[in-house]
Write a protein that binds this ligand. Structure first.
Ligand SMILES: [Zn+2]
Length: 332
């Protein structure tokens, strides 16, 4: 047995202890600047944190050991809050670095970095590497102690815009330096995952170290097998987002992919959160009643079993693949 470790919000743990892992979740997603100036939607932060702790404890009690919180800059990452929550739950929370945009880079990067008026090296790469190797700042006076263990970037319907391309290449460079895995957001309908693979390959990234996210939003087996042929893992990671693709289609696609021998290339998750400021909180449970952390254990696993997915294949997707993804370590 190897003794690889992976960093979490409570420090390093052995990859063997990751256990049942949901590879693409969030705790809170928000536009921080909006929240700070128009705080009424977020409300009482103490209550929000208590609610998150309760939900994560419930998830742990149902047999999930780890979530990967892919909340990065652009989605309101704030590590002091995650640190307090992690301290109050037995569930492991892996935190991420990277940048989430479908279009442009944030104004902060507009004048600096390659191709900008001031030029110079890519500041994003330096920031991502610092989060991974040194730790994420928890305040102006506080020691950075929580280290990111995964990189995140996004390509949505607008495709590889100049801003998105810059982020993808910065993420690839930080990955090459640190060796931590990459996990992406995609728009499956437009096959954005293939474009991501092409850019990563240009940057010399070993595509087996990449999870192409939101692959569960499509039933296009050809597209999914093309991504696997490139070497990457598939994030079947939006169970509960039934407005994009219904429950039956999501479950049937995973079952079909298992049947075709791809259990060793898929990970399962919800992309759920305790708070997401871009959607109306009151109507969300009515519009997407299954979009919560327990949907996989309550509904998806029984449905997969019914469609012939074996316990062994479930363990491969929920335990072995996450561990393998975090076990491949070291820059190159
Ligand atoms: Zn997400």
């Amino acid at each position: 047995m190897s003794t690889d470790t992976v960093n979490t919000a409570k420090g390093a743990i052995e990859t063997a202890d990751l256990g049942v892992t949901l590879m693409h979740e969030h705790v809170f997603i928000m536009t921080t600047e909006i929240m700070e100036n128009y705080p009424e939607s977020w409300g009482d932060g103490t209550r929000r944190e208590a609610d998150a702790i309760e939900r994560l404890n419930e998830l742990k009690s149902r047999g999930v050991d780890t979530i990967v919180d892919l909340t990065v800059v652009g989605l309101g990452r704030y590590i002091p809050r995650i640190a307090r929550i992690a301290a109050a739950t037995e569930l492991n929370i892996v935190v991420a670095t990277g940048l989430y945009t479908y279009h442009d880079v944030p104004m902060y990067f507009h004048y600096r970095g390659p191709g900008t008026p001031l030029g110079g090296p890519e500041p994003m790469t330096e920031m991502f590497v610092r989060d991974i190797e040194h730790g994420i700042a928890t305040g102006p006076d506080q020691e950075a102690s929580i280290k990111a263990a995964i990189l995140k970037c996004a390509t949505d319907e607008p495709g590889v815009t100049p801003g998105v391309e810059r982020v993808l290449r910065a993420v690839a460079a930080a990955h090459r330096q640190t060796g931590v895995p990459i996990s992406t957001h995609t728009h499956a309908e437009t096959k954005r995952g293939l474009e991501q693979q092409a850019i990563f390959a240009e940057e010399g990234v070993d595509l087996t170290r990449v999870v192409i996210g939101h692959c569960g939003d499509t039933t296009d087996i050809g597209y999914l097998e093309e991504l696997i042929a490139g070497g990457s893992y598939l994030g079947m990671d939006r169970f509960g987002v039934d407005a994009f693709l219904g429950f039956e289609d999501r479950v049937n696609t995973v079952a079909t992919m298992c049947e075709r021998g791809h259990a060793d290339k898929m990970v399962l998750s919800h992309d759920a959160s305790c708070y997401f400021d871009a959607l109306p909180e009151e109507t969300l449970p009515i519009a997407l009643p299954n979009w919560h952390y327990l949907h996989i254990h309550n509904d998806v696993i029984p449905a997969l079993t019914q469609r012939g997915v074996t316990d062994e294949q479930l363990t491969t997707m929920l335990v072995d693949n996450p561990r393998t993804i975090f076990s491949k370590q070291g820059g190159y």
